[in-house]
Design a binder for this molecule. Structure first.
Ligand code: AMP
Ligand code: MN
Ligand code: MN
Ligand code: MN
Length: 288
């Protein structure tokens, strides 16, 4: 069974609409898909409608990816199998969305000081009805100004400590975990190897996430060296966290394909272990 529990649509910084994402899931023969847009669940209804029409066998899990702050790091927490209509969750996401708006204005001001005028309107246009993210600013800098690549947009301007970096007032991890759980979901620490922190900090992060009541942790990262992945699995085991697997899909590509997150472990319990999945074969599959 092919399971992917981390993906994005145009409702945040993904390139595919919910309908296109569902079609992609069909092409890639994904059986279970969680859509986890940044701080919004607005794409989920459309995705369910599309799945019903085009790919009824797909098991769609309602999800979200929440931005939080821990020390000087922005930590992402994925909520899985949430009740997307839960009022506590929606109130919380409204606040997150307001913070995104405020941050976008501040980023644009800083970019203007770097000589990039008129960035905000363009970034808003790219974001459309979805949540505005730094990825939209990066797209503007590459497409409309003389920045070479998406990567260098982050390296030079948008990344942590760079010229247009803005510290958003994200909530702490405990609050996000609590909201996800109140909405009936499981809280999963997203991509722990992507925070650019030392092993010592990562160990502290996972310990705090667990102490805050977190349920699970992503343990599969295509292209990440085996030692790092083994370290994350060791931390998962040490803190009794459920194991999740997701591609963090934003757009089709060789390294970033939907469903490329096969997960095999004899010791870790998958986050989906007690979900009512339709397939007769719910065993864990070797990575493709
Ligand atoms: P935000 O949630 O608005 O801070 O935007 C973060 C998003 O930008 C992430 O989810 C990634 O999709 C993207 N991103 C962040 N850092 C980088 C980077 N160094 N290179 C490419 N994409 C990045
Ligand atoms: Mn993203
Ligand atoms: Mn993330
Ligand atoms: Mn993500």
């Amino acid at each position: 069974m092919k399971i992917d529990l981390h993906s994005h649509t145009t409702f945040s910084d993904g390139h595919l609409t919910p309908v296109e994402l569902i079609q992609r899931a069909q092409t890639m023969q994904v059986d279970v898909l969680a859509i986890t847009d940044h701080d919004t669940t607005d794409g989920l209804a459309m995705a369910h409608e599309a799945a019903g029409k085009h790919f009824p066998a797909l098991q769609l899990i309602d999800g979200v990816e929440i931005s939080t702050r821990w020390h000087n790091f922005e930590i992402h927490i994925v909520g899985l199998a949430i009740d997307k209509q839960h009022p506590v969750l929606q109130d919380f996401l409204n606040q997150q969305q307001q913070k995104r708006e405020e941050r976008a204005v501040n980023i644009a001001e800083k970019l203007a000081k770097c000589g990039f005028e008129g960035v905000l309107d363009r970034a808003r246009r790219y974001a459309g009805e979805g949540q505005i993210t730094r990825a939209h600013f990066a797209r503007v800098l590459v497409n409309n100004y003389q920045v070479n690549s998406f990567e260098s947009a982050f390296k030079l301007y948008l990344g942590k400590g760079k010229r247009a970096a803005v510290k958003a007032q994200w909530p702490g991890m405990a609050e996000a975990i609590n909201v996800i759980q109140q909405a009936g979901g499981r809280a999963v620490l997203a991509h722990p190897v992507h925070y650019d922190m030392t092993s010592k900090w990562l160990r502290r992060l996972v310990a705090q996430f667990s102490a805050d009541g977190g349920d699970g942790i992503e343990v599969v990262f295509p292209g990440i060296n085996a030692d790092k992945q083994a370290f994350v699995r060791e931390l998962a085991q040490e803190h009794n966290l459920l194991a999740s697997a997701g591609s963090d899909f934003h757009f089709p590509g060789r390294w970033t394909e939907l469903g490329r997150c096969g997960f095999a472990s004899e010791v870790l319990t998958p986050v989906w272990h007690d979900w009512d999945l339709k397939s007769s074969n719910s065993s864990i599959e070797e990575p493709a």
